[in-house]
Each structure stands twice: as structure tokens, then as C-alpha cells.
Design a protein around this ligand. Sequence first.
Ligand code: ARG
Length: 245
Amino acid sequence: MMKKFLLSLAVGAALATSAQAATISVGTEATFAPFEFMDEQTKQLTGFDMEIIEAVAKEMGDDVRVHNMGFDALIPSLQTGIIDVTVAAMTITPERQKRVDFTDPYYQSGLVIMVRKEDAKKYTNFESLEGQRLCAQIGTTGAMMAKRVKNAKVTEFNSITEAFMELKTKGCTAVINDKPVVDYYLVRRGDETVTTVPQVFDAEHYGMAVKKGNKALIEKLNEGLKRIRANGVYDKIFTKWFGAH
Ligand code: ARG
């Protein structure tokens, strides 16, 4: 009798835990290698961010489902509940913090200016770009910074790859974008027609964003991040995409 009772308790507990296992709906914009991009061979979304969120979810007993959308659609999609969280190399900024809640930072980044190689001596810093045509991805910190350049004419593209193309075809003088993404492009594509300006910009930190007030999810994600940092999974993923650190 007692045994049976205990057994049903155990089954009940197992059911209760599995009922809690959720599918987390993740929003991203996947033209941003090495953080999120389409693997040409497998036709799957891959990258540092994708592996981090999968590891965090796995750690917490959840599944993820990724939705690829425009970068400027991510925060509105949180607000309308289409997605639960953004994992999109999104910089934690005070302006965004008014609209969404961020997890603890999970990656330290920064911005860089990219120019055509023949222009590398002419445009060496932010100030030298005054009055120029600048390109960036729509809604990004790169675009915000471009708009701070005096008299610049800024064009915002849906994907960063379009901005890179525009620079190469001389539609703009410079692209402002996240440094690790530009570095990855230069190395992986072996593109020698473009380069970066030596000036270094303020550190930025990436965070995952959730709808304002979704405390339960923030706590879960922070706990997952803490655990994958502690058990070495974070380091393994980091090294895979960025080398030793
Ligand atoms: N870190 C920059 C920002 O937050 C750019 C992020 C772009 N991310 C992407 N998945 N396209 O604005």
C-alpha cells in the first residue's frame, strides 16, 4: 500500500516537472555571423548565440524554437508575445532598457568602422567621416552611432550583408557595425577589398531581452547562464566560435 502510494507520488512529481518544461520561443535576426546565421550546408540556424541559448534551455530542462525576423521587429515581437526572448547579439542600452528587460550580459562587444582598403588612410576615425554616406543595419547601435556623425547621410539596411555589399559597390563610405561580426567577415570571407579603422569604441555588452516584467523568464535565463559558465559549457562554445580567451 505504502509502496503504491510512494510510486504514485513519484509519477505525479515526474509529471509535474515535465509539465513545467517549456518551449522557449526565441527571436533572432540571422545575418549576423558568427552569432546567428544560416549554415549553408545544413540549412540550419547556427552560431554562438544559437548554441548559448540551446545550452541554457537544456540546462533548465526546456526546448527552444527559433524565429528569424528583422532586427527592428524583435522588440515589438516581445511586446506582442510572438516571441519570449531575443537572442540576437543585442546590446544592452539604456534606451532599450526602458522597453524590455535584459538578462545578465553574456558577451562583451564593441563597434568598429569598416571602409574600403583604398580609403583606409583617409578615414581613420569617427570625426573623419563627417558629411559622408554611412551604412548600417536597421535599428542597431551601429546605425545610432552613424547618425551621430556630423552631416552624415545614413542608410539603414535590413541585413548587415546588404550594408557590406553597399560598401563594396561604393554606395557608402563606411559601415558601422559590431567588431566581432566585421572581424569574422574579413577573416572568413578573406575579403581583402575592405578593412577596419584602428579607432576602438566603447565596450558594449550583449544581453537576452524579454518582455518588461517577465521576471520568471529572466531568472531562469540568468540561472542557466550562471550554470553553463560554471560547468565549462560556455567556455567550450566561446572557444569554438572565437578561439581561446
Ligand atoms: N549589437 C548591435 C545592436 O544591438 C547589433 C545587433 C544586430 N544583431 C543581429 N542579429 N543582426 O544594435
